[in-house]
Design a protein around this ligand. Structure first.
Ligand SMILES: C[S@@+](CC[C@H](N)C(=O)[O-])C[C@H]1O[C@@H](n2cnc3c(N)ncnc32)[C@H](O)[C@@H]1O
Length: 232
């Protein structure tokens, strides 16, 4: 079937295809090239999905879609994927279709802070924000700046993801957040709001890390804060 996305994407030269686990992922230079090590995040999510509460998986900063698609591959979970780049969304839809997952996947082209309705809740949230320090973005001339620029300390968009996670992670939910390795793991853990705790991280040395964040308080208490309503 020829769709608008297919036309937009294939009308340009330079569409590349990479294998990501069992999935064939299409992309071009307008989105971040899939990084093989990030399959770690997908596989971890895929394991956790088995025991997660019912409901869809939310993926923030999804790019061409490979991390979320591999996470839900082989399960019947719905995936809601969010990226601000419309080209990324187009590739995501194409890649979902190629994986036979189009009926499970909803792609939203949106800034992550605006992507979810107030009352939308997810038992699992994945986040793959840009995390390169702005001062080091020039070291990666082949990567689209908006896909890698994490601001001064590399965590500007990651902090936005944590805010979305706090508002939309269901009670007893779990999130997997990608950051750079080293200090960013601790910085992220230290910055978590009341009711969210980092319990574990898995790293690919020299590449990046994935931090597991769990909700230790019901959403209502997380949002109202430690003091108010705590005795209710
Ligand atoms: C590090 S890339 C990850 C892409 C993909 N998950 C991957 O691993 O290839 C970050 C993605 O976040 C998107 N992004 C950056 N800031 C965003 C924001 N404020 N809201 C939504 N998406 C954003 C970029 O367009 C980019 O696709």
């Amino acid at each position: 079937m020829t769709t608008l996305e297919t036309v937009v994407v294939t009308a340009r030269r330079g569409v590349r295809i990479v294998q990501f686990g069992p999935l064939r992922i299409s992309y071009d230079q307008r989105v971040l090239e899939p990084r093989p090590w990030t399959a770690l995040q997908s596989r971890w999510a895929n394991q956790l999905i088995g025991t997660a509460a019912p409901g869809p998986v939310l993926e923030l900063c999804s790019g061409a879609g490979q991390i979320g698609l591999l996470a839900v591959h082989g399960t019947d979970r719905r995936l809601v994927a969010v990226d601000a780049n419309p080209v990324a969304s187009a590739f995501h839809r194409i890649n979902a279709r190629a994986a036979g997952l189009e009926d499970q996947v909803e792609v939203r082209t949106s800034y992550l802070t605006d992507a979810c309705a107030e009352d939308e809740l997810f038992p699992m949230i994945l986040a793959d924000p840009p995390w390169v320090l702005r001062s080091q973005v020039d070291r990666f001339p082949d990567d689209p700046v908006r896909a890698i620029d994490g601001g001064e300390d590399g965590l500007d968009v990651a902090r936005q993801c944590i805010d979305v996670i706090n508002r939309h992670l269901d009670d007893d939910g779990v999130a997997l957040v990608q950051v750079g390795d080293g200090p960013q793991v601790q910085q992220l853990a230290d910055a978590l709001p009341y009711g969210l705790v980092a319990t574990e991280h898995r790293a690919e040395p020299g590449r990046g890390a994935v931090v597991k964040v769990v909700a230790t308080e019901p959403r209502q208490r997380r949002l109202t804060g430690r003091g108010s309503g705590a005795r209710g």
